[in-house]
Design a protein around this ligand. Structure first.
Ligand SMILES: C[S@@+](CC[C@H](N)C(=O)[O-])C[C@H]1O[C@@H](n2cnc3c(N)ncnc32)[C@H](O)[C@@H]1O
Length: 207
């Protein structure tokens, strides 16, 4: 199933998962917060239901799924319809671009990174959150592929691959944090680096 259809049909399920796992959401938001520099003009690409944007104070999102966008709008986010590979914004329009757990729905990451870089100002920052398939819990995502519609067609990547692609796209990574070491809804530490936690947040600046 094309991911837009998937998220149109399952927006309620997606959003409810966070409702049921508030401590995992909190840990992920905290990891992203720790790598986020101050910003004045920010965009979240693939804003989804807007939970991260709302928590981080990002007022503008881009989203291809109307059902996901409806949730984000209810959370007070302005949402523009569109795709990461063709951002409908001017060059240098933002000083921060966020892209959180979107990369695993992109068969190729390079076109989206190129677009993020284009819309960032000279010293702008890209903040990414992603599922690190090379972390120990990555095996759980792989095992769940057959029965979980969110994972079936996902393009999971390890953090080393993401770092390599960022380098090729002209970004220098400045900060990395990791969290989520169990899928139980318990308090989870945010630590520097990657390799242990299945959720990785990083900040990269335009070189
Ligand atoms: C796992 S959700 C993440 C949503 C939100 N960032 C969050 O962390 O809760 C992935 C989102 O990426 C969006 N998406 C999928 N393909 C996309 C593309 N090519 N460009 C932009 N967004 C895309 C989906 O519609 C979905 O809302």
């Amino acid at each position: 199933m094309e991911s837009m259809e998937l998220f149109n049909q399952r927006a309620d399920e997606y959003d409810t998962w966070f409702e049921d796992n508030p401590l995992i959401l909190e840990a992920e938001i905290e990891a992203v917060r720790q790598v986020t520099p101050s910003f004045s003009r920010a965009l979240e690409v693939g804003v989804g239901t807007g939970r991260f944007a709302q928590a981080l104070g990002v007022k503008l999102g881009l989203e291809p799924s109307r059902a996901m966008a409806a949730y984000a709008r209810d959370r007070g986010i302005e949402v523009v319809e569109g795709y990461a590979e063709a951002l409908p914004f001017d060059d240098g329009a933002f000083d921060a671009v966020f892209m959180i757990t979107v990369d695993c729905y992109l068969e190729e990451l390079a076109p989206a990174l190129h677009e993020c870089r284009r819309v960032l100002s000279e010293k702008g920052n890209l903040v990414m959150g992603h599922v690190d398939i090379d972390a120990p819990l990555g095996a759980v995502y792989e095992e769940a592929r057959d029965e979980d519609p969110f994972y079936r067609d996902a393009y999971f990547r390890g953090t080393n691959e993401v770092l390599d692609q960022l380098d090729r796209a002209g970004f220098a990574v400045t900060k990395i944090r990791q969290t989520v070491y169990t899928f139980q809804n318990v308090v989870q530490e945010v630590r520097e680096g990657h390799g242990d936690g299945v959720f990785v947040a990083l900040c990269a600046v335009k070189r």
